[in-house]
Design a protein around this ligand. Structure first.
Ligand SMILES: [Zn+2]
Length: 1089
């Protein structure tokens, strides 16, 4: 020993190891005493050499603790030496040898296990070595024989935990009765021996697959016991560990079943609600909530089918794709839930541990989605339609042939493409249930039913005037009392009477006969600011607990269907106890309403027609409310993994009482708004083939202000097809002799509605050759909007653009003199009319059909593309193309463009291709917009071409038509987080302003391209500088977004965090400072006992 003092410590350890190894080599441990001596020397060495000030001053540290701590403090260096020199194998071998003695030396076993507990975690192969050596069973039998020996118990459990970190070991230990053993240990000590529990549960967590269901009640009982006795919350980490264990067990189906059978829901629910007031117990509540959500039995969505309530027979079924699948599905197949749910074990593991898993997946595909095939980025030259075929579009461009001699300025003569559909293929409409006959209304009271078309007309004949030829069941006399707000002064482009006329010509699949008040009265944007709602901590948790209560207190649940489009006759609800709902008007979407509690309703949205999903858009009417009560509404079949409703977006509400009192307007409304995964299962048919997925709930709470009110709720500011037609008519009134305005019908839609096409430019100043020549040489700007019906904001932006283009201002005149505008303001009228969110009647996303649009199934796209192809064929490719969209998951307004270079730079593929010549001017317009328009954010723009977008308008118009400045302009549905409108939700005023700013930007673009103006404007030089910069500085990958409509979520806050913020159990609790106190205390207690 003396000699050893002059040898470096490492060498001494190794020397001692060598001695041990030699002893191991002998068949029988001849001298246990020698082994014990050597082992104790190793411990001693570590102890004496690793002392730090901390250890020495540590109060009450025992020798053993100092050894353990010293291994910690040395950062594993000493341990590292042991491991690297094969120390673990030697120690394990010694363990085997020692076990062969009878009785084995307790002191040696204690020392060995203490060292192994420290050394094991540093050796990656420790688990395998121990298994091969047969050490696993030695530790287990040692435990079995020493259940009352606390001194030995702790290190053995620690080693067991290290063994079971290896999943094969965990299973093997489970088979060898370790779980039973652990439960024998925890039973008697549940109140006293905190540290053992902690280890036990971590071991159990690893061995969860071996857990027999009979232990779930024990765990729950232990948890309840701790909950009751740990009144000062000094052992939260242990309670958390128990929950962690339950959480792991419930990852498997049997575990969830056992949890439910053991009344786990009630136990965790009641313990959690008792913890709610103590903020430090949040981790317990959150883990409990996670377990309860996971175990909550999956419910069937209460609908007969997830297909749309409305049926529209297509003229022909596409050969493949989702619509073909839909039609191939036998009619009696249950598409709401999957037949078997057996396959969910693996899914539950991943899904419940990372709820934002889908987002992560999106992140992965994001990089995969960048187009790397350079041939797909190069212009596609050959026209897909022959020239003769394109001749049919000539009539839409009379401005190119008109000589303006004796020009009539009458645009009433309309050009129209030949109808594609033979009459025999007219839509087959299956009538659906209509609202029940209204009951008699008290005189002077506002009707709680929507306006009936015919009644409205009568009421306009004269207030109180009865009579007329009303077919509706309403008593027209009562409707005559209705005061119509005088919107003429407030809304010059709105005319209720004209609106009704327009509605009469609008063809809907459900054959709507009613009009919603907001569309009739119009909307005057409020003058007050509407701030982005601050997210209140704990709202989501509170809502989830209310949902869990449905299971805990099932007798409190009414489950009363108050509105149901699937029924031939809607239930008549007039007992004064329930709200009345209605959605049977243009753009309406609400399939079913179920009263859950007195003031709570579950709402189900309708799928897009000829589809079994795509619902997000809602628009419905509510009446029969009580003033001052808070109503909770839950839309329970949302599909997206996240929503701006988690980040401050509110729903829109329109009060008819407010309208009548002079404020016809949509207002951002609702508190306690959140969006989370719920317990309604989504069939694999609806979830893209994935089994075991759930829907999401969007919940909001509203308190109504007025008695006898009729209120409307919408996802965003509604803008119906009839509204568009009304606005287009009103635009005519703005025409001056300087303005050239033409309105044509581009084509008929599948549903038999016309798709308007506008041409706006300035009249030539005279019929002189020069002027006519300037007129005919103006570049084209081609604009489209509202291909996605749920993106109503796009229509409001378009309204702003159209009104600016028709305005008498010098700037507008200058703009008209600079360009010819061709505008298709609504690419998807049928989708808009029928309350779809994304598709047309064909059940397809029209913005994925641009490569090969079908003339029968996608006529608006086919002919809009035809117009562009025609322009291309006569060498008049537009200067700018822009398609207006709305964005549900991002803030601000921004653009997507197309650039080969920026696409290739993103991928680093084919770097040589960067030698390609590319004009950078595609960045100019967005750059100008970012300087002009307060809502616009350059940072959100992207110019990358994605594979998944190859058939969108933007990409096809860029590649096939050759428009370099081809864009999608996305406006937020929520609000802005930069610029003048930072912190505010977006309203129609800001959206319309955006549309006007877009026009002004086009004017600047024009001036910028004129060399004279360019030299005079330093402002534009900035733009140029920026462009030069961008040559070297590629858009950072963070600005690149996957999906132009729903990119993967990028906000830092994760909405699922509240229920999923528990980190994985720490592999070694002693490494966590937070655990130090509790552990050393209990360890001391253990050693003293
Ligand atoms: Zn869109």
């Amino acid at each position: 020993v003396n000699k050893c003092k002059c040898v470096p410590s490492n060498s001494r350890v190794l020397m001692l190891l060598g001695q041990l190894e030699k002893l191991n080599g002998e068949a029988v441990l001849s001298d246990a005493e020698v082994s014990r001596h050597i082992t104790s020397k190793i411990l001693h060495l570590i102890q004496t050499q690793e002392k730090t000030r901390k250890e020495i001053t540590a109060k009450g540290s025992s020798g053993m603790e100092v050894i353990l701590a010293s291994l910690e403090v040395s950062g594993g260096r000493r341990v590292g030496v042991l491991v690297s020199k094969g120390g673990t194998a030697i120690l394990l071998q010694l363990l085997i040898t020692t076990s062969k003695e009878w009785p084995p030396s307790e002191e040696l076993m204690l020392q060995l296990h203490t060292i192994l507990a420290k050394v094991g975690p540093k050796d990656r192969k420790f688990g395998i070595k121990a298994r091969i050596n047969g050490a696993l069973n030695i530790t287990v039998s040692l435990l079995k024989q020493n259940l009352q020996n606390h001194k030995l118990l702790l290190p053995c459990l620690q080693v067991l935990r290290v063994y079971s970190a290896n999943s094969v070991n965990a299973v093997s230990l489970g088979k060898n009765g370790v779980v039973e053993l652990l439960f024998k240990i925890i039973g008697p000590y549940s109140k006293k021996n905190t540290s053992i529990l902690k280890y036990v549960f971590q071991s159990t967590a690893n061995a969860r697959r071996a857990v027999d269901r009979t232990y779930v009640p024990t765990l729950l009982a232990v948890y309840q016991d701790w909950h009751r006795n740990d009144t000062r919350h000094r052992h939260v980490h242990i309670r958390k560990a128990i929950l962690g264990c339950i959480r792991n067990i419930t990852n498997i189906k049997l575990g969830r079943k056992a949890f439910l059978e053991a009344d786990g829901m009630r136990i965790l629910y009641s313990t959690s609600t008792e913890c709610l007031s103590v903020r430090t117990l949040d981790p317990l509540i959150n883990t409990s909530s996670l377990i309860m959500r996971k175990c909550f039995p999956k419910n069937r969505l209460p609908v007969p089918t997830i297909r749309s309530v409305f049926h529209y027979q297509l003229p022909h079924i596409p050969a493949e794709g989702p619509v073909a699948q839909l039609y191939r599905q036998p009619p009696d197949v249950d598409d709401v839930v999957d037949e078997s749910d057996d396959n969910d074990d693996t899914e539950a593991d991943t899904e419940n541990d990372t709820e934002n898993e889908e987002d992560e997946k999106n992140h992965k595909t994001q990089n995969d989605d960048i187009e790397t095939d350079i041939s797909k980025l190069r212009p596609k030259e050959n026209l897909t339609r022959p020239l003769e075929d394109l001749k049919m579009y000539e009539c839409f461009f009379p401005e190119l042939s008109e000589n303006f001699q004796g020009y009539s300025f009458d645009s009433s003569k309309s050009c129209q493409t030949p109808a594609v559909l033979p009459k025999s293929l007219a839509p087959i409409v299956v009538p659906t249930a209509h609202a029940p006959s209204p009951l008699s209304l008290a005189q002077g009271e506002l009707t709680d039913l929507p306006l009936d078309l015919d009644s409205i007309c009568i009421s306009k004949d004269g207030p109180g005037g009865a009579g007329g030829a009303g077919e509706g069941s309403h008593s027209s006399g009562e409707l005559g009392v209705l005061e119509v707000p005088d919107t003429a002064a407030l809304l010059p482009l709105h005319d209720p009477e004209l609106y009704i006329d327009m509605v009469k010509g609008t063809k809907s699949v459900p054959q709507y006969t009613e009009v919603a008040y907001p569309d009739y009265f119009g909307h005057v944007a409020p003058t007050f600011r509407e701030h982005i709602l601050e997210r209140v901590y704990g709202v989501q948790r509170a809502k989830i607990f209310q949902d869990i209560e449905r299971m805990i207190h099932p007798n409190d649940i009414l489950d009363k269907v108050v509105y149901d489009l699937d029924l031939k006759r809607s239930p008549v609800i007039d007992d004064g106890e329930s709200l009345k709902f209605n959605s049977q008007f243009e753009s309406g979407n609400l399939r079913k309403a179920v009263q859950v509690r007195k003031f709570e309703y579950d709402l189900i949205l309708n799928s897009d027609i000829n589809s079994n999903h795509y619902h997000q858009w809602f628009y419905f009417e509510v009446s029969g409310m009580r003033v001052g009560s808070s109503y909770r509404f839950n839309i329970i079949n949302c599909e997206k993994v996240n929503s701006q409703f988690n980040y401050g977006m509110q729903v829109l509400m329109y009060s008819v009482q407010e309208a009548i009192s002079g404020h016809p307007r949509w207002v951002r409304t609702g508190t306690e708004i959140c969006y989370y995964k719920n317990h309604f299962s989504r069939s694999s048919i609806a979830a893209g083939g994935q089994k075991g997925k759930s829907y999401y709930t969007m919940t909001f709470t509203v308190t109504f202000q007025y008695r006898d009110d009729v209120c409307y709720f919408a996802y965003h500011y509604p803008y119906t097809y009839s509204t568009l037609k009304m606005h287009l008519q009103k635009l005519e009134a703005l025409r001056t002799p300087q303005i050239y305005l033409r309105q044509d019908v581009l084509c008929e839609t599948l549903g038999g509605n016309s798709c308007p096409l506008l041409t706006i430019t300035a009249m030539p100043q005279s019929s002189s050759n020069d002027q006519i020549c300037q007129f005919k040489n103006r570049p084209y700007v081609f604009l489209t909007a509202r291909v996605h019906p749920g993106e109503t904001n796009a229509s409001w932006v378009m309204k702003g653009t159209l009104e600016f283009l028709m305005s008498p201002s010098p700037m507008a005149q200058s703009l008209r003199e600079s360009y010819v505008f061709k505008i298709v303001p609504m690419l998807n009228p049928d989708g808009v009319i029928n309350g779809n969110h994304r598709c047309s009647l064909s059940g397809e996303d029209l913005n994925r059909q641009w490569q090969r649009p079908s003339p029968d199934l996608h006529p608006t796209i086919f002919h809009t593309k035809g117009l562009l192809q025609y322009l291309s064929s006569i060498q008049r490719v537009p200067l700018v193309y822009c398609d207006y969209h709305g964005h549900s998951r991002k803030k601000n307004v921004f653009m997507y463009g197309c650039s080969i270079k920026e696409t290739l730079w993103q991928t680093n593929v084919n770097a040589a291709a960067c030698d390609l010549q590319e004009d950078l001017s595609y960045r100019t317009l967005p750059k100008i917009l970012s300087q002009l328009a307060p809502a616009f954010s350059m940072a959100s723009c992207s110019f990358v071409v994605e594979k998944s977008k190859e058939s969108t308008a933007r990409v096809v118009v860029w590649r096939e038509i050759g428009v370099q400045k081809s864009y999608t302009m996305e406006s937020t549905l929520c609000g802005c987080d930069q610029g003048k409108y930072k912190g505010l939700q977006i309203g129609t005023r800001e959206l319309e302003e955006m549309g006007a700013q877009f026009c002004i930007a086009l004017l600047r673009l024009k001036r910028l391209s004129s060399p004279l103006e360019f030299r005079n404007s330093s402002h534009f030089l900035d733009v140029e500088n920026d462009l030069i910069e961008s040559r070297c500085k590629v858009t950072s990958s963070t600005t690149y977004v996957l999906d132009e409509d729903e990119p993967s979520f990028m906000e830092e806050v994760d909405y699922s965090a509240e229920s999923n913020d528990e980190p994985e159990p720490d592999p070694d609790p002693q490494e966590t400072p937070a655990d130090e106190d509790g552990l050393s205390d209990s360890e001391l207690a253990l050693r003293r006992s």
